[in-house]
Design a binder for this molecule. Structure first.
Ligand code: COA
Length: 220
């Protein structure tokens, strides 16, 4: 039987995921929860926005089996981390979504709740944690290790043997040299080329990537 899913978040990333779920018949969407009350009663491609996260408590008894964190991130990934814990705390399973065009080595491992969008390639012996977004066209080369809750934005390329710490966000088109380690909750700006290890909790930008001299919001 197909999983019955509740989506957490009704923005642009949710539309991408619902498009993929409906187009490829990956699950039965039950509805969407979002704290923005202006969205309640609306729908995304026919999937209703039912209300706020407080409704999660009733989902299990309504036959919902799984949840999807449908919030993306342009910087900090903490909202996605807490929504993942929230779904689990309501006896729901994190749904793993893989677009049919994603190519994943049989010798790679993918954690629960991951989202692999169109055109992703994951090469041999790569290890992907839970609740990770590999966005459109991402390449994860051999032997990379990606910890939980990481978001690799569209077009990111990780060369072989890289490590990405928990909760890090790599912006659109970032390129990472082989063997590099990126620290927990670090942010790599769009278009950066990372050639040295990145400490935890910092933002790096540019070519080659350097710690941002005037950080503002850390991309929150
Ligand atoms: C790195 C990032 C998080 C910084 O955001 P921010 O803290 O709001 O930064 P600001 O836009 O205020 O810019 C601050 C400075 O950093 C520079 N900067 C910001 N992003 C940059 C980037 N990607 N590359 C080079 N320089 C960058 C700005 O030019 C500015 O420099 P200045 O002080 O000399 O004027 C953000 O620009 C970014 O690249 N996010 C990734 C977005 C993404 O992945 N989107 C896809 C989601 S699916």
């Amino acid at each position: 039987m197909k999983p019955v899913v509740i989506l957490l978040g009704a923005g642009g990333h949710a539309r991408v995921l619902i498009d993929m779920i409906l187009e490829h018949d990956l699950a039965t969407p039950f509805g969407i929860l979002d704290p923005d009350h202006r969205l309640w009663g609306q729908d995304l491609f026919g999937v209703p926005v039912l209300g706020g996260d407080n409704l999660l408590a009733s989902m299990h008894e309504k036959g919902v089996t799984h949840f999807v964190v449908s919030v993306g991130s342009v910087g900090l990934t903490r909202i996605r981390q807490s929504l993942h814990q929230l779904g689990i705390s309501h006896q729901l399973l994190p749904l793993t979504l893989k677009h049919p065009s994603a190519i994943v080595s049989a010798r790679a491992t993918i954690g629960v709740g991951c989202q692999l969008l169109a055109g992703v390639v994951v090469n041999t012996n790569a290890m992907i944690g839970r609740n990770v977004i590999l966005n459109t066209g991402v390449i994860v080369e051999h032997d990379c290790k990606i910890e939980d809750h990481v978001h690799l934005a569209p077009g990111v390329t990780l060369s072989g043997n890289c490590h990405v710490g928990i909760g890090a966000h790599l912006g659109t088109g970032a390129i990472v040299r082989q063997g590099i380690s990126i620290g927990a909750n670090a942010i790599v700006g769009a278009g950066a080329v990372v050639i040295r290890d990145v400490p935890a909790e910092v933002t790096v930008v540019g070519v080659p990537a350097r710690i941002q001299s005037r950080p503002s919001t850390r991309g929150a």
